[in-house]
Design a protein around this ligand. Structure first.
Ligand code: C2E
Ligand code: MG
Ligand code: MG
Ligand code: MG
Length: 284
């Protein structure tokens, strides 16, 4: 590109200077294939109720096994959102989540919920609430037990439409959870109107809880506020016993995190659960 063109603010596309988006293009077509060939997987992380130390549910998290270069969930979702693949991907995830819960029921764990993350783009699809409603109507055994998680920041991109979609989902009996709360810009006046039943406090506020007095103030205030607004509170990313103890003293309802276990495939999760229940019985 000539100095002249640069001076006038023009940019010429040169693929060799744009390996990032070339990578993204390759990744996008590989992802499309992976969805089609059913090569993606869901891992599951337990959600623990602090009052009785019982597992009340699992969160489903996307994984792409069998790749030479590991691609994390955040990257999979970013690529899917940029390419329109998020629509088929979310439908795949929802189908798999229903299957996973069938397995839980079969194993005698029918009280466990399965949480699924959905993208802001899904909320912008006109037909998404109806799609979910129909899907759930075809699987009455999962009624009220498939929770949809939406991040706080994603809703703020398009508050009016997001709220409309969330209201129809809520009206259809789908429990909703506000994910990554406290990680971005949020509007408290918006939060008070959400038809959600649960708020998940972002890991960034939890990670230093045992040695940051300021974080304790913020988390305690958030827990109190959410309780007063009628939400259950989940702390994300709890990595040690001390933080778990603190959260329990602060009145937090539930936790997720490596202190229990990282996300794992369903069969491994079931083995972990059996072990956890046995330990609970021994302690009781
Ligand atoms: P998220 O929904 O907030 O999920 C929690 C993330 O924290 C997960 O990362 C989980 O593996 C990780 N995590 C759990 N406990 C701990 C802990 O104690 N310490 C640390 N350091 N991390 C912990 P993951 O699986 O990489 O997912 C990242 C994000 O990608 C998710 O954040 C969610 O926003 C998105 N995501 C994952 N799966 C899906 C999906 O199926 N659909 C959509 N739309 N988004 C998804
Ligand atoms: Mg989540
Ligand atoms: Mg989160
Ligand atoms: Mg997150």
């Amino acid at each position: 590109e000539s100095d002249d063109a640069r001076d006038r603010g023009m940019a010429y596309y040169r693929p060799e200077h744009d390996s990032y988006s070339a990578d993204r293009l390759t990744l996008a077509s590989e992802l499309r294939e992976a969805i089609r060939l059913d090569e993606l997987a869901l891992f599951f992380q337990p959600k623990l109720n602090l009052a009785d130390e019982r597992v009340v549910g699992v969160e489903a998290l996307i994984r792409w096994p069998g790749r030479t270069r590991a691609v994390g969930a955040d990257e999979i979702i970013a690529v899917a959102e940029q390419t329109g693949l998020i629509k088929p991907l979310t439908r795949w995830v929802l189908q798999q989540a229903l299957r996973a819960r069938d397995e839980l029921i079969e194993a005698g764990q029918e009280e466990l919920s399965v949480s699924v993350n959905i993208s802001p783009n899904n909320l912008r699809e006109q037909e998404f609430p109806l799609f979910v409603q129909r899907l759930m109507a075809g699987h009455p055994q999962h009624a009220g037990k498939i929770i949809l998680e939406v991040t706080e920041t994603s809703m703020m991109q398009d508050p009016a439409n997001s709220l409309r979609a969330l209201r129809s989902l809520h009206f259809a009996g789908i429990p909703l959870s506000i994910d990554d709360f406290g990680s971005g810009y949020s509007s408290l006046s918006y939060i008070k109107r959400l038809p959600a039943s649960e708020i998940k406090i972002d890991r960034s506020l939890i990670v230093d809880l045992s040695f940051q007095a300021e974080d304790r103030v913020i988390v305690q205030t958030t827990i109190n506020m959410c309780h007063d607004l009628g939400y259950k509170v989940v702390a994300e990313g709890v990595e040690d016993r001390e933080t778990l103890q603190l959260l329990e003293e602060m009145g937090c309802d539930m936790i997720q995190g490596f202190v229990l276990t990282p996300p794992q495939p369903m069969d491994e999760f079931m083995r972990w659960l059996t072990n956890h229940v046995m330990q609970e019985k021994r302690r009781a």
